[in-house]
Design a protein around this ligand. Structure first.
Ligand code: C2E
Ligand code: MG
Ligand code: MG
Length: 577
């Protein structure tokens, strides 16, 4: 078998017919000719959806079907931005020339009379596919790079945008142009310059492939990307189904890094660079024409500024991205320069007033900005993934301190450490904690991890499994800010946790009215029945403490007893026995 027929045999053949028997026969005949990819659609109303889903190379279409007829589907196909050129062979029992004329008028590619003759079917399908492959190559692909061209791009873009609108997804268009092609042409001539274009195109292609492989392996979010050569020196990348504009920025960074590696052509070393303009949907534009215009002008702007960079089309996004980058690098430097410190807030026995443990709360002791509270940088650390090394530092530091206090005879105290869901989801968390426990020699029964309720609820079954693995290390778990996330009771019972921390907002309003009374006392009641410890957060007054005593709450935390304090101050509260 030669290459062409091998390729043709890989074609996906879709058959839409209300008679399953006809489809079975057609498929069996074509299988004999070596085809193996078939999609049968019996329900004609699903026709166009099935085409969008399965992306066939050829459609065999029955004309007379109940509900949506073959004519209707043919018309929809020809009006479809992506599938308007799909070859359609009409299967018709009718020798009625009027119907044939109408189908031809609607753009039918060929006809086949029912009942189908095996050899005629095989020949018509093969010829149609071969003609399509050839026409596609000419009309839709760039001869140099073999990438899909501008025409393909337009159809694909319209279709992708429609899909993004339907599913409320984010999408980005990256317009990418080679910076120094004129100079390259002048130095090494046009022929060799084509080699440079080809290599740059290869590099872009491998990035696009990486993105697809990565998004398949992460599971949750399936960003897909496609690459086109839209003009001689301009490529476009479409990113579908992104989480947000940062994804586009990450891809642009990767492109800049990969493209600028030196290339040797005809003994001359060349450093190709590109200028990238990004337009994102829905943030910056809502239709194809606008998005294309915005991406192009952002690319031109980048080039004017010297190239080898990327810009979004809107200043607001450029600025917020730049701000984010600045913060990210500040945080990174803070970690290297050891600028984080832990403060500790006592967790106190409601009945006896004895300190049972402390919660470690991170602060950033910034040389430039002073003491920065966690709410100002933890969310950004979570977004950028920096929470993993920062969180690791917190666990190490907290365990080291706890071990030291115990050695000095100040215990026994439980150290509570806040754990971000991002940390919990990283595969290395278990070995990290295990190693820290081993290195510091702390007894894991004196370690407790607090996880915010609202963040636990997303993909809860998975989280329960992660929490169970954590518990195997011998430590205990607490649900932080309980009451803000609306956990369902059935899940609460299933979660392998030891403690509920009633959110500060309930404690704050607890004495204002009956309703808040009721919430706090029922949460405590519920927790007791599930065998969980209760801790009240944010206790600021004597009256609040008294009420918690009446309710048999186990522990409390709050400014009434102590604010979070540095270690030196804490040590005065937990003297050596
Ligand atoms: P959280 O874990 O719920 O911590 C309790 C917060 O309430 C602390 O704020 C504490 O200072 C504050 N607080 C305690 N008692 C009172 C009170 O009586 N009145 C008032 N108004 N506030 C009180 P902080 O230290 O600013 O921490 C805020 C949040 O930052 C924490 O909430 C936690 O979610 C996060 N966080 C802090 N340290 C870390 C850390 O090491 N890792 C992670 N992932 N998150 C952390
Ligand atoms: Mg906490
Ligand atoms: Mg809390």
């Amino acid at each position: 078998m030669n290459d062409i027929s091998q390729n043709l045999n890989n074609a996906t053949i879709m058959i839409i017919d209300d008679e399953p028997m006809t489809m079975a026969v057609v498929q069996a005949f074509l299988e004999d000719s070596g085809y193996s990819r078939f999609v049968q659609v019996e329900e004609s109303s699903r026709g166009i959806l099935a085409i969008e889903e399965k992306n066939p190379d050829i459609l065999l279409l029955d004309l007379v079907m109940p509900g949506v007829s073959g004519f209707d589907i043919l018309k929809q196909v020809r009006e479809h931005p992506k599938y308007c050129h799909l070859p359609v062979i009409i299967l018709t029992a009718s020798s009625d020339s009027e119907n044939k004329l109408r189908a031809l008028d609607l753009g039918a590619t060929d006809f086949l009379a029912k009942p189908v003759d095996q050899s005629e079917l095989g020949l018509r399908v093969r010829n149609t596919l071969a003609a399509k492959a050839y026409a596609d190559q000419l009309a839709y692909y760039d001869p140099l790079t073999k990438l899909p061209n501008k025409h393909m791009f337009s159809g694909h873009f319209e279709w992708a945008l429609k899909k993004a609108k339907r599913h409320e997804d984010h999408l980005a268009l990256l317009s990418i142009s080679l910076d120094n092609l004129a100079m390259i042409n002048a130095t090494i001539g046009v022929g060799p310059a084509d080699q440079v274009l080809q290599l740059v195109s290869d590099r872009l292609e491998s990035i696009v492939r990486e993105i697809d492989v990565m998004s398949r392996s992460t599971g949750d979010h399936k960003t897909t990307s496609s690459l086109f050569r839209v003009e001689s020196t301009v490529f476009s990348i479409l990113l579908d189904n992104m989480r947000g504009v940062e994804d586009a920025a990450l891809v642009a960074e990767r492109i800049l890094q990969s493209v600028k590696k030196p290339i040797e052509v005809e003994g001359i070393e060349i450093y190709p660079t590109v200028s990238i303009g990004i337009a994102s949907y829905p943030e910056e534009g809502k239709d194809c024409v606008t998005l294309e215009r915005l991406a192009t002008s952002a690319k031109d702007y980048t080039k004017k500024k010297g190239g080898n960079k990327f810009h979004f089309s809107s200043n607001a996004i450029n600025e917020s991205y730049a701000k984010r980058l600045r913060w990210e690098s500040k945080l990174r430097r803070a970690l290297e320069a050891d600028e984080f410190v832990l403060y500790y807030q006592p967790k106190v026995d409601v009945k006896t007033g004895v300190i049972r443990g402390v919660e470690a709360l991170i602060r950033w002791q910034s040389k430039a900005m002073g003491l920065v509270p966690p709410n100002d940088f933890i969310p950004l650390a979570e977004e950028t993934g920096l929470i993993v090394p920062i969180g690791q530092w917190v666990i190490e530091e907290a365990c080291n301190r706890l071990a030291a206090w115990n050695k000095q005879g100040r215990g026994p105290l439980v150290m509570a450490i806040n754990l971000s869901v991002k940390q919990l989801e990283g595969p290395e968390i278990f070995s990290t904690i295990e190693k820290i426990i081993a290195d510091t020699g702390v007894d894991p029964q004196f370690l407790k991890f607090e996880i915010t309720e609202s963040l636990l609820l997303d993909n809860i079954e998975n989280k329960i499994a992660l929490l169970k693995r954590l518990k195997k290390l011998g430590l205990s778990l607490s649900i932080d800010d309980f009451g803000t996330g609306y956990s369902s009771l059935s899940y609460l019972a299933k979660m392998p946790v030891d403690e509920l921390k009633v959110d500060r907002s309930f404690i704050m309003d607890m004495l204002k009215d009956e309703e808040n009374h009721a919430i706090v006392s029922s949460v405590i009641f519920l927790a007791k029945n599930l065998g969980l410890m209760t801790v009240a957060e944010g206790v600021e007054t004597k009256e609040q403490l008294r009420y918690l005593q009446d309710q048999n709450c186990d522990q409390y935390q709050g400014f009434y007893f102590s604010r979070p304090i540095p270690e030196a101050e804490l040590l005065e509260l937990i003297p050596v026995k």
